[in-house]
Design a protein around this ligand. Structure first.
Ligand SMILES: [Fe+2]
Length: 157
């Protein structure tokens, strides 16, 4: 299995999009490791990557949401916090019990179910919000000002 990036997943923010692509690349590395029987060794690397990734990427994504006035910001942030805790818990399990089969399965499931579906659903809602906001702004910009505002369009145009 391989994750292939699709343009439909783009948020339009270069930083966030590059980080999402980086995540896909990391997941693909993990699958390659699994295919070649190296997943146990790959587990620590993957979780280290995810710990750092979730700090940096979620902060950048939350900044984007604040900047565009995303109305579901708090709920989205809660999902990010939940995911950070999940990754931390997996990392603790790894240091306590090593890369057991159960842990490997859990890491795959969490990364796939949680992150990929998060990008496809929650993150795309931000994109929609940005698109709708810019369409509404364009509409406002094209609407002639109301009479009496002192900004009426000139009658001899
Ligand atoms: Fe997100």
């Amino acid at each position: 299995m391989e994750y292939i990036w699709a343009r439909s997943l783009e948020t339009g923010n270069a930083i966030v999009d590059n980080q999402h692509k980086q995540l896909f690349a990391e997941l693909n590395k993990l699958f390659q490791a699994y295919r070649s029987g190296q997943e146990k060794q790959g587990m620590k690397k993957t979780l280290d990557f995810m710990l750092e990734y979730t700090l940096k990427h979620f902060a950048d994504e939350e900044k984007l949401q604040e900047e565009c006035g995303y109305p579901e910001y708090l709920e989205h942030k809660r999902l990010h916090d939940e995911f950070r805790s999940l990754i931390k818990a997996l990392d603790v399990k790894l240091s306590q019990n090593g890369p057991t089969e159960d842990l490997i399965l859990e890491v795959y499931t969490v990364l796939h179910e949680w992150l990929v579906s998060h990008i496809k659903t929650e993150d795309l809602k931000i994109v929609q919000h940005i698109q709708e906001s810019s369409t509404n702004k364009r509409k406002r910009d094209l609407t002639p000002p109301r009479k009496g505002t002192g900004y009426e369009p000139s009658s001899n145009v």
